[in-house]
Design a protein around this ligand. Structure first.
Ligand code: EZ4
Ligand code: CO
Length: 412
């Protein structure tokens, strides 16, 4: 089953996606997501210039060997661009293997361990009435677990809060937060951690009073706190029984989570910007986190993320696979097959894609009563429509940057 062609596909149905398509001599094709939000073309070049020439003629069945060939063979291993490129190859090979076996990917990963993957949605509001409306709207869509992000008095743009009228999804307005903007430079946002720390516990108090104790609630601090600030936040949110508190500190320093952990029983999730098992080693071995947040797309594919999640499972750490709209339906499908099969599934993040994006990828997974389930089509269950994709030309987009009130750069 030799690889005959490898195409790097770029499309922008409201937001940019990079996809790798591998085709075999016997006529099977597989897809892999290679989208790194705001830095898309670097992965496209990594693949087209340095990986595609190595793939032609290789045996498409040899997934593990190809993973090792690209990882060890790069010499300059790890990093988001390298690992997204490896992820795309790996995911496309799993898609092909599923088609060759005439089985959905989850069957190749050990079969179904659960009925489906519980998803959480993103509610947000600049103030409490807007936030409550958003929670209700998500419940009406079926969501049974909800992330809460809120405006801070005195600040115009806050991470995770949808601003009215802003849309990057090809004209159809949506309420979800979509941070990357098509503009020649990043949008500049302002941040003040003390204002945030004062405000957020009041918001959770109000949400619990309005929606009761049952609803699983999540929150993302998006890498902005020092360890002691994060400890304080975790402690102050304990009465509201969060499902998780995400990315409290910048991700590079694993030891920072030690101090946070010593001070709070609020469950901690981290890792959407991690790309290898090494980024998790200290966190898992010392049981400093509760959920692994990496995407298939950014952590070396199904092979890379499954290895991380296996290692997590022996430390009683569960999955919380990243699923914003910058993960394409190809990456989302791969996450759902993995989530259905692994023993330590936790929850799946889900921001529904625009109709324009779904028209390009035609995903076959379903979202019913808050649960995502991959289809039983062979492989991933996604088919890329070249003609639809061609109508959406790539446009540069940037994630925002963040400054403190005195102008200093801060983590976004
Ligand atoms: O900001 O994927 O938990 N989800 C997130 C996302 C990230 C975006 C960045 O591209 O933090 O919304
Ligand atoms: Co996040």
């Amino acid at each position: 089953m030799k690889i005959q062609s490898a195409e790097v596909l770029i499309t922008s149905p409201g937001r940019n996606f990079v996809t790798l398509r591998l085709s075999t001599e016997d006529g099977l094709a597989g897809l892999g997501d290679a989208t790194v939000n705001g830095r898309e073309l670097s992965v496209a070049s990594y693949l087209a210039d340095h990986v595609v020439p190595l793939l032609i003629g290789r045996d498409a069945h040899q997934i593990e060997d190809t993973w090792q060939y690209l990882y060890r063979g790069a010499y300059w291993r790890r990093g988001p661009i390298t690992m997204a490129a490896i992820a795309a190859v790996d995911t496309a090979l799993w898609d092909i293997k599923g088609k060759a076996a005439n089985l959905p990917l989850y069957q190749l990963l050990g079969g179904r361990s659960r009925a489906g993957c519980l998803a959480y949605g993103h509610a947000s509001g600049r103030d409490l009435p807007e936030l409550f409306d958003s929670v209700r709207a998500h419940q009406a869509q079926g969501f049974r677990a909800i992330r809460i992000q809120t405006g801070i008095p005195g600040f115009d743009n806050v991470y995770g809060v949808a601003t009215s009228g802003h849309t990057t999804t090809g004209g159809s307005s949506r309420y979800d937060h979509e941070p990357a903007r098509r503009a020649p430079r990043p949008v500049e946002e302002q941040w003040d951690t003390r204002a945030y720390l004062r405000h957020v516990p009041m918001v959770f108090e109000a949400v619990r009073n309005e929606f009761g104790p049952e609803l699983p609630l999540l929150h993302d601090a998006h890498h902005r706190l020092t360890p002691i600030q994060a400890a304080k936040l975790g402690k102050s949110l304990e009465p509201y029984d969060l499902f998780w508190l995400e990315d409290v500190t910048p991700a590079e320093n694993q030891s920072a989570l030690r101090l946070v952990r010593e001070h709070t029983t609020t469950p901690l999730a981290i890792g959407e910007v991690f790309n290898t098992i090494w980024d998790y080693r200290e966190l898992l071995e010392n049981q400093l986190i509760d959920y692994v947040r990496s995407a298939v797309t950014h952590a070396g594919g199904v092979t890379g993320l499954r290895r991380i999640l296996d290692y997590a499972s022996v430390h009683q750490v569960k999955s919380g696979i990243h699923g914003p709209t910058d993960i394409s339906p190809v990456g989302m499908s791969a996450a759902l097959h993995l989530g259905l099969a692994i023993p330590n599934f936790g929850i799946q993040e889900y921001m529904p894609q625009s109709a324009t994006t779904d028209a390009v990828f035609q995903p076959t997974y379903t979202f019913v009563d808050g649960v995502l389930t991959p289809s039983d089509q062979p492989g991933l269950g996604v088919s890329y429509q070249d003609d639809v994709a061609a109508a959406h030309e790539y446009a540069p987009a940037y994630l925002p940057i963040n400054r403190l009130l005195d102008g200093s750069m801060h983590d976004w």
